[in-house]
Write a protein that binds this ligand. Structure first.
Ligand code: SF4
Length: 188
């Protein structure tokens, strides 16, 4: 490396000669920094979404490459969050791609000592059977001579990670089943 190039490599030289006297711009950038690319740079496309973690519902931009999620950032178009995500929301890529994520149905039978895998159709049928039985067993046509037509056999307790649409559907479903115990942890 020549002496001239060596001197030109000094940040203070660049500050003085490139109009960046406070050293807050390009003069302070190292070659290493100049080579760094944003993790979103190579994405094929961006999909709008909502953070799944809490009821605030911050907007997200999901960056996709080769049909895989490569990064999740805040959505500047969201009137709720205007591009911001809290630390939990910023880490939501882990929720989607983390190796600890369970993506098979696991079932532990009564008195079982270990989990076993079920296919989704079998599990859905088992849940539907249990809901129907509990609804029937807890059904009340009337109480103290007053018509109630309700069931105390099933209840719904939602969590703050449910979004508006999920809560809407839960309320519709459980009310249609005749349940009256429909709650959400975010209301407590
Ligand atoms: S967890 Fe954080 S980023 Fe996600 S919706 Fe709630 S406040 Fe927004």
């Amino acid at each position: 490396m020549g002496v001239r190039r060596w001197i030109e490599g000094w940040p203070v030289y660049r500050q003085a000669t490139q109009g960046d006297l406070l050293g807050r711009g390009a003069a302070a950038k190292s070659d290493g920094s100049a080579r760094i690319e944003a993790r979103t740079h190579s994405a094929d496309r961006v999909v709008k979404s909502i953070c799944p973690y809490c009821a605030v519902g911050c907007g997200q931009q999901i960056y996709v490459k080769d049909e895989k999620v490569v990064q999740i950032e805040g959505d500047p178009d969201s009137p709720v969050s205007r591009g911001r995500l809290c630390p939990k929301g910023s880490a939501s890529k882990q929720l989607v791609t983390g190796s600890a994520r369970t993506n098979k149905v696991l079932y532990r039978r009564p008195h079982g000592t270990d989990w076993e895998q079920l296919d989704l159709d079998t599990a859905m049928d088992m849940i539907a059977d249990r809901v129907l039985k509990s609804r029937r067993d807890g059904w009340q046509w009337e109480v103290d001579g007053k018509r109630t037509r309700r069931t105390l056999g099933v209840a719904s307790l939602g969590g703050a990670t449910l979004d508006n649409e999920e809560n809407y559907l839960l309320k519709k479903l459980f009310t249609a089943l005749g349940a009256i115990q429909i709650e959400n942890q975010a209301r407590i």
